[in-house]
Design a protein around this ligand. Structure first.
Ligand code: MLT
Length: 404
């Protein structure tokens, strides 16, 4: 009889956001009259922008005509999109990234889950704590995480880098040197950022030790302050040690459309092997590309009108972030994030842990958020709210929280 991959049996419960959906659905079924406001998963609520919709329609029409129809996409993605990404996200910001170092995909979640495949199964992985659960779970599936220590709430082969109030939610360089370092800035879940000088320290550390940094910059568009790097390639030497992951979900509302990309500089080698070639091989074998119409929609995000519309959407969500930050502060909560990121990180009220506060908020205020401990043990006693709701619903949620 075939054996299953036993690493999957080690996974803890269900995926965080599936678990939350399950609990909310159960509450909703038992209380059908309650109007629930969802500020849990970071899913957008504003429609796709007019430029994106126009590009989608035009591309659909092309698919209806034999002379403009497209079949399989090129392995790395269409050149028109990779050119737009290289120019707007990198060259215009002073980063020397070329279109053939960009791999277009159907989203950053898949990429950050799959990229670990090109590294050795014995690679030592470091993650922030709290952390976006995909980084840890995919390494559990691959057998790199070791065993789960129930008492500590940690995997014993993973190097955790606590991000706490004391260090401003910015991880310290780990004493034990990892092979792979996952960093996400602006951060999910805490909304914290690091400066360019701090990021440079990580790049220098990785280059000195031969580690590779997987830099998740999915929330880059929300940066509002100076001196917060938009890309790791703004740092000297990053092309020799870093892979960057980006998404169209949070900046342009593509959570349902699906589009993202991964940058692997040609210089990035380990053990004499270029990682670019390995990912290209993996991409070619296991992936057939994001749909043509979606790549055209992505290209439209970089048009002049697309950029203006995207900016407006981000401003819309950041207005929510301010509503949440101001409202929580007025209600006496300790809060952070929400300035360069669409996530607000709050300390739960005295005497309530993360899941207890989740239940309290769900049952008494009918507001859904995400328990901090779901992102790791250092998230215990914290809670995440997202700014991706609609203005009216967000304002109402805050009124309800204030009245708790
Ligand atoms: C989150 O809520 O953390 C994100 O929406 C999850 C994701 O982007 O996959």
């Amino acid at each position: 009889m075939i054996n299953v991959n036993e690493n999957y049996l080690k996974l803890r419960g269900s995926y965080l956001f599936s678990e939350i959906a399950k609990r909310v659905n159960a509450y909703s079924a038992a209380n059908p009259d309650k109007k629930i406001i969802r500020l849990g998963i970071g899913d957008v609520t504003q429609p796709l922008s007019p430029s994106v919709i126009k590009a989608l329609h035009a591309a659909v029409d092309e698919m209806a005509d034999a002379s403009t129809f497209r079949g399989y996409a090129p392995d790395l993605g269409y050149e028109f999109l990779r050119n737009a990404i290289a120019k707007n996200d990198y060259v215009d910001r002073g980063c020397d990234i070329s279109p053939d170092e960009i791999f277009v995909s159907d989203g950053a979640k898949c990429d950050c889950g799959n990229i670990q495949e090109i590294f050795g199964s014995d690679a030592k992985v470091a993650v922030c704590d709290p952390v976006y659960p995909v980084y840890v779970d995919t390494n559990v599936m691959a057998g790199r995480a070791g065993d789960f220590d129930e008492a500590l709430g940690l995997w014993n082969r993973i190097i955790y880098m606590p991000c706490t109030k004391d260090n401003g939610f910015a991880p310290a360089l780990p004493a034990e040197v990892p092979d792979l370092i996952y960093l996400c800035f602006p951060n999910n879940p805490t909304g914290a950022t690091i400066t360019k000088a701090q990021l440079q320290e990580w790049v220098d550390y990785a280059n000195k030790n031969g580690s590779v940094i997987l830099y998740d910059a999915a929330y880059e568009a929300y940066i509002s302050e100076e001196d917060v790097p938009h890309s790791i390639y703004e740092c000297e030497g990053a092309k020799e040690c870093a892979i960057e992951l980006r998404s169209f979900s949070k900046n342009a509302g593509f959570t349902g459309l699906r589009l993202g990309f991964t940058v692997i500089p040609k210089e990035l080698k380990r053990g004499g092997t270029a990682l670019h070639g390995l990912w290209a091989r993996r991409h070619g074998t296991k992936y057939n590309g994001a749909p043509y119409i979606v790549q055209r929609a992505g290209e439209a995000v970089y048009s002049e009108s697309g950029k203006a519309e995207t900016k407006e959407q981000i401003a819309y969500y950041m207005k929510n972030a301010k509503t949440i930050l101001d409202g929580l502060k007025a209600a006496g909560y300790e809060v952070s994030g929400g300035v360069n990121a669409p996530y607000i990180w709050l300390k739960t009220p005295e005497g309530l842990n993360s899941w207890e506060f989740f239940d309290e908020l769900l049952t008494k205020a009918n507001v859904v958020g995400t328990p901090g401990v779901g992102f790791g043990p250092s998230g215990e006693g914290y809670f995440r709210l997202t700014a991706f709701g609609q203005h009216e619903a967000t304002a109402e949620a805050l009124e309800r929280i204030k009245n708790l």
